[in-house]
Design a protein around this ligand. Structure first.
Ligand SMILES: [Zn+2]
Length: 333
């Protein structure tokens, strides 16, 4: 096994204060875990994220080609992450209200502008020191696409705001190579904004995704999908256990959706691991669920957020869930 990291970010903030000790290696590690927390908090709770953060390990002295996959638990806030290529993984807690907390505002606008950047262009954007929280959120919520490019989406206003920082940074940059990267990224952002302004269409940030038609409520879909799991339960099963089982079902669903969005691979193996450790009783039907999702619900590309279970007056199960679309990344129900 690789390294397992358990990190409480509150312990790291002191490294960056005015009284900070000079500890470059500790700071580098803190910055790395901090960037994972920034990505996780700029994205939706309970929906796996193939982030644009590159693995920092160097197995056999070569940079690991992987990126960081992560999921932030909406209830506990705990961020679980792992590398898509090597076996580095860990959990991060205590990020709330630290300098790495980029939590989205409630009234956030839907993304209207989307674009693809090269990995090095995206990293040049990450390196702009002056970015404010809104622009940092746009940059850190970027995803790794399957071809290794980086997919970024934001509202027109947010993207304009970011474009201002990029232009200023390119102007001030003295290193020619970095200036070229910033210029190239700036041009792609400008082109994407012009596209969005003229088309006025729904944004589809992820290649290969078509706009959703009329779909049944996500809660009804999930209950149908979860049938093999519900069959394993009876009237005596505590609500909490049912909720845990359903959250695991949702994890499998989301992992397949993320892969079908044309983003990272490896999410499914991560889901299998989560199920084995979280609700081992379901592990034997993992492959059955995967098969069921692909065959019966293959065209349904909604990501699912938090799930709540209760019992109705007649003893039947009631399920509440929120759906996220890759097209608008907004809530549907
Ligand atoms: Zn790695």
């Amino acid at each position: 096994m690789g390294n397992a990291w358990s990190t409480d970010l509150r312990h790291f903030e002191g490294l960056f204060g005015p009284d900070a000790l000079h500890a470059p290696e500790a700071r580098r590690i803190a910055e790395y875990f901090g960037s994972i927390a920034m990505a996780a908090t700029s994205w939706y709770a309970d929906i796996p994220m193939p982030s644009a953060i590159r693995c920092r390990r160097r197995p056999k002295r070569r940079p690991c080609p992987g990126h960081i996959n992560l999921v932030r638990n909406g209830k506990s806030g705990v961020i679980e992450w792992n590398c898509s290529s090597c076996d580095d993984y860990g959990v991060i807690d205590g990020w709330q209200s630290t300098m790495w907390d980029l939590s989205r505002p409630e009234d956030e606008d839907d993304p209207e502008v989307d674009l693809l950047l090269s990995d090095t262009e995206h990293r040049a954007l990450c390196g702009i020191n002056e970015l404010d929280k809104d622009s940092l959120r746009v940059v850190m919520s970027a995803l790794t696409a399957r071809n290794g490019e980086v997919a970024m989406a934001a509202s027109l206003e947010e993207m304009e705001h970011l474009a201002g920082y990029v232009a200023a940074a390119a102007n001030a940059e003295r290193k020619r190579a970095r200036q070229q990267l910033l210029d190239a990224a700036g041009q792609k952002i400008d082109a994407a904004m012009r596209r969005a302004e003229t088309s006025g269409a729904v944004v589809l940030p992820f290649p290969g995704v078509t706009a959703p038609g009329a779909q049944p409520k996500i809660s009804a879909t999930l209950l149908e999908f979860a049938e093999p799991v519900l069959e394993m339960l009876d009237d005596e099963t505590p609500i909490q256990a049912i909720e845990d089982a359903m959250q695991m079902v949702v994890t499998v669903w989301n992992a397949i959706v993320i892969e079908e969005w044309g983003l990272a691979t490896g999410m499914l193996e991560e889901a299998r691991r989560l199920m084995q450790s979280g609700v081992p009783a379901l592990a034997p039907i993992f492959d059955k669920l995967v098969d069921r999702k692909r065959k019966k619900f293959g065209g349904d590309l909604r990501g699912v957020g938090k799930v709540e279970i209760s019992r109705g007056a007649d003893g039947g199960l009631l399920l509440k869930a929120e759906a996220h679309q890759p097209s608008s990344l907004g809530e549907l129900h």
